[in-house]
Design a protein around this ligand. Structure first.
Ligand SMILES: Cc1ncc(COP(=O)(O)O)c(C=O)c1O
Length: 401
């Protein structure tokens, strides 16, 4: 049996839209991207959604917006030490200094009790990550942000379908950034999207994804209707709005073929979430018997974990390594991924910032002892049972079960 980490289905509707786009040669960002943005905003429950090339771009742009709202280059953004490396990279690419805070071991998320001591006069934003779809403690984070007048940008890359105290993750801060990469729940193959309730943020996001140009209309008449743009020469003789660059920008638009895949993916969202959540909750329940050698995250009463993947964390006294378990699962057809690492102290790329091993004990622990596996919609009860059986076999082989 095989349990791949991710899967993708391209629906009939997507194929039809792709073929129409190919036939009409309308391929660059246009009508389908606008339709996908409206659909995604509707799903999450925000007024605006701005689609980009990757989840990393979504993180970068959501932060780069802040330069139009009082932030300066070199200001600080607080983020968890443990995340996929894209979160830390994005802070740097947006022109900010990352200030890392350790995570809680049992939630994998930023420890709100440690945030205030990381705040300085240069802090502009907090960027919580809802790792493995488990919502960060947004009430505590928003309270701190309000007190210190900081922006909150959610990294919701892994949090499609996550709910915190009755509200969708992605609506809980000033902006949220999603990945639409192939292994995620709503996918455009490669892709990302920023959600927000603030039209002024969305305007700047639209400018940033297109080189920082002065064009920021929600629907571009040139790209969607082949029409003449009334605003194009409003900057006066000799200027053209498409060549007026108001801010330092990026080049990360989504294209029509990606949006076509995304529109099909939106239609199947509820079914996919239900299947993935059934797999996740069943794995969480069945995994309990492996404590204290192996643990995972728990779903608490106030939340629904977004079913991105299943986390496996070795207990402190486990007499085997993460890679021994990983290899055993891989040999039995179960694809595994490490559960990331402490960006400042376990990722060589960040070493120049001066972090030292031991600074972020919980993130480093997970970095050494964490794995995750897929819970996707092509898996079902027999795959879950197979995974549990193989894990049991591994522990029995170690004389632990
Ligand atoms: C927490 C987190 N942030 C950001 C990203 C970046 O997304 P992408 O791979 O679409 O650039 C990912 C990727 O999965 C992620 O897990």
């Amino acid at each position: 049996m095989r349990l791949p980490f991710g899967t993708i289905a391209v629906s009939k509707k997507s194929r039809k839209l792709i073929n129409t786009a190919l036939d009409t040669l309308k391929l660059s960002s246009g009508r389908l991207v606008r339709e996908f943005e409206a659909g995604f905003a509707g799903h999450i429950g925000t007024k605006e959604a701005v689609a980009v090339s990757t989840g990393t771009d979504a993180d970068i742009l959501a932060l780069a917006v802040l330069h139009d709202f009082g932030a300066r280059r070199g200001d600080e953004v607080i983020l968890p030490a443990l995340s996929f490396v894209a979160t830390g990279n994005a802070v740097l690419h947006a022109g900010f200094k990352p200030v890392f805070v350790d995570v809680e071991r049992h939630t994998l998320n930023i420890d709100p009790k440690k945030i205030e001591r990381a705040i300085t006069p240069k802090t502009r934003a907090i960027m919580p990550v809802h790792l493995m779809g488990k919502p960060a403690d947004m009430d505590a984070i928003n309270k701190i942000a309000k007190k210190h007048k900081l922006f909150v940008v959610e990294d919701a890359a892994e949090a499609h379908g996550a709910v915190y105290k009755g509200r969708n993750v992605g609506t809980l801060g000033d902006m949220a950034a999603y990945s639409l990469y192939i292994a995620h729940i709503i996918t455009t193959i490669e892709g990302g999207i920023v959600t927000t309730d603030r039209p002024d943020f969305a305007e700047v996001l639209r400018s940033l994804r297109s080189h920082g140009r002065a064009c920021k209309c929600r629907v571009c008449v040139v790209n969607t209707c082949d029409a003449y743009c009334e605003k194009r020469f409003k900057y006066g003789e000799g200027s053209d709005i498409r060549f007026v660059f108001e801010r330092i920008g990026y080049s990360c638009k989504m294209n029509e073929l990606e949006a076509a895949v995304g529109l099909g993916s939106l239609d199947t969202y509820k079914k996919i979430i239900a299947k993935r959540r059934a797999n996740l909750l069943s794995m969480i329940a069945k995994f309990k018997k492996f404590e204290p050698w192996l643990t995972t995250i728990k779903e608490e009463k106030h939340e629904q974990i977004g079913p991105h993947a299943f986390a496996i964390i070795l207990g402190e006294k486990a007499p085997f390594t993460r890679n021994e378990l990983g290899l055993y699962l891989e040999k039995n057809g179960i694809e595994t991924r490490h559960l990331f690492s402490s960006m400042p102290t376990q990722c060589p790329g960040f070493a120049y910032l001066g972090g030292k091993l031991g600074d972020f004990p919980n993130a480093e622990y997970i970095g050494n002892k964490g794995l995750h596996i897929g819970v996707h919609q092509d898996l079902g009860p027999r795959h879950v049972d197979y995974f549990i059986r193989k894990t049991e076999e591994f522990l029995k082989g170690k004389g632990l079960f």
